[in-house]
Design a protein around this ligand. Structure first.
Ligand SMILES: *Cc1c(COP(=O)(O)O)cnc(C)c1O
Length: 407
């Protein structure tokens, strides 16, 4: 395949990446999605929109985020050099704000008054509530009652930012019910509302939009690395939940002689329900409005999933990832809870950077690869900071007293 024209050709007009993607919607929502697609293709390519988004990224988000060389960590491992793209330094501490600000700006340009979303661990809710506050939009976040209780600090953040958090009391009272509730809201209110999806998933045009808004991550990283070193890294890697930080990191390198690897959570092990490694154990299916690779139970329904990193426990993956693997351009590997915790403590101790547990998966993979390579360089997208994970890590692993140093 000729990757120099990749971005022009994918997705197709109907939102396909090969056989993956598309838009599987109830008939009432077809015009709503068409309106968003149409608006996206015109508004978001206007110089007014582009200039405004540029200003926001610089002045509000603090972009560009730096690329950092982990000298001490690399030396401990061997001769291969590990570099980080510091999305943990993006405002609100992760990459999610990149697409939320884009979606918020689009809502504003379209004259919408409300933005809504579901959230599981609350990270997407906080990023969207931040965008809503910035743009002066009304914001409603649907969250399962169980998650509301578990994620008190994020619920507090959303409320302080002015969002309304609706605690969903149906069924298991977690993410799935929150998705249903947000969807029902959207069915009733799509005329003045945009449903902002939290990753590069969902029906067309969301996988394309979220990807384009995250593209800045890899675009900056590629130029920064090139300027620092005079060449490109040998390997580029990122963790994959729904696939937004990774697709933004990967695509700017797609036409380069660079190995690209997405890292999924292996959790506690191989059994269904113990991991969220959709690419490794999943098969093709349709859920949440799009065709992709997904983990299914014996009835063909989305399987229960688990990861120590709540941002990675999604039973499917963005359709573009499914396609890029099929093309053979991107490889997917896994890191377990245990490897992620080890990477979490090592980066904290050797570099003074506490990574998000999600990002720790990508770092764990990079550390494993660095040991095998013994030369060259690996660029890791550090998608977020780990402050949000500290309480959980301390409760389960203490302050790292038992963590094994390099030997
Ligand atoms: C949500 C989240 C992820 C996973 O989402 P993607 O869409 O796969 O990027 C990864 N890292 C952090 C810090 C997150 O908050």
């Amino acid at each position: 395949m000729d990757y120099s024209t990749y971005l022009k050709n994918y997705p197709s007009k109907d939102g396909r990446f090969g056989k993956f993607g598309g838009a599987y919607l109830p008939p009432q929502l077809v015009p709503a999605m068409e309106e968003i697609t149409e608006a996206y293709l015109t508004i978001c390519h206007s110089s007014q929109f582009i200039n405004e988004l540029r200003r926001i990224r610089k002045e509000f988000q603090g972009r560009p985020t730096p690329v950092y060389h982990c000298e001490k960590l690399s030396r401990k491992i061997g001769k291969c050099q590990i570099y980080l793209k510091r999305e943990d330094l993006n405002h609100t501490g992760a990459h999610k704000l990149n697409h939320c600000m884009g979606e918020g700006l689009l809502a504003k340009f379209m004259g919408k008054k409300r933005i809504i979303a579901e959230t599981g661990a609350g990270q997407h809710g906080v990023a969207l509530a931040t965008a809503a506050a910035f743009f002066g939009l009304e914001c409603v976040i649907y969250m399962g009652e169980v998650d509301v209780a578990k994620q008190a600090p994020n619920v507090a953040r959303m409320k302080v930012l002015g969002a309304k958090v609706v605690s969903v009391k149906d069924g298991q009272r977690t993410l799935k019910e929150a998705v249903d509730a947000a969807f029902n809201d959207y069915l009733e209110n799509y005329k003045d509302t945009i449903y902002c999806i939290g990753s590069a998933v969902g029906p067309h045009p969301f996988p394309m939009m979220v990807r384009d808004f995250q593209f800045v991550v890899g675009e900056e990283a590629r130029a920064q690395f090139q300027e620092m070193m005079g060449f490109l890294p040998d390997v580029v890697t990122a963790c994959v939940g729904g696939g937004s930080n990774s697709i933004g990191m990967f695509l700017p390198f797609i036409n380069d002689p660079v190995e690209i690897v997405g890292v999924e959570p292996m959790g506690r092990g191989e059994k269904i329900g113990d991991n969220a490694a959709s690419m490794t154990y999943g098969s093709e299916g349709i859920m949440h409005g799009f065709d992709s690779i997904m983990l299914k139970d014996e009835n063909g329904e989305p399987a229960p999933v688990y990861s120590i990193a709540s941002g990675l426990d999604y039973p499917s993956v963005g359709p573009e990832h499914a396609f890029l693997r099929e093309c053979g351009r991107v490889k997917y590997d896994v890191a377990s809870d245990k490897e992620a915790i080890d990477a979490f403590f090592k980066l904290s101790r050797y570099e003074g950077i506490i990574p998000a547990l999600e990002s720790s998966h990508a770092l764990a993979y990079a550390m494993r690869r660095a040991k095998e390579m013994d030369s060259g360089s690996i660029l890791v997208n550090l998608s977020g900071r780990g402050d949000k994970d500290l309480d959980y890590v301390i409760e389960k692993y203490g302050y790292g007293e038992d963590f094994k140093d390099f030997n």
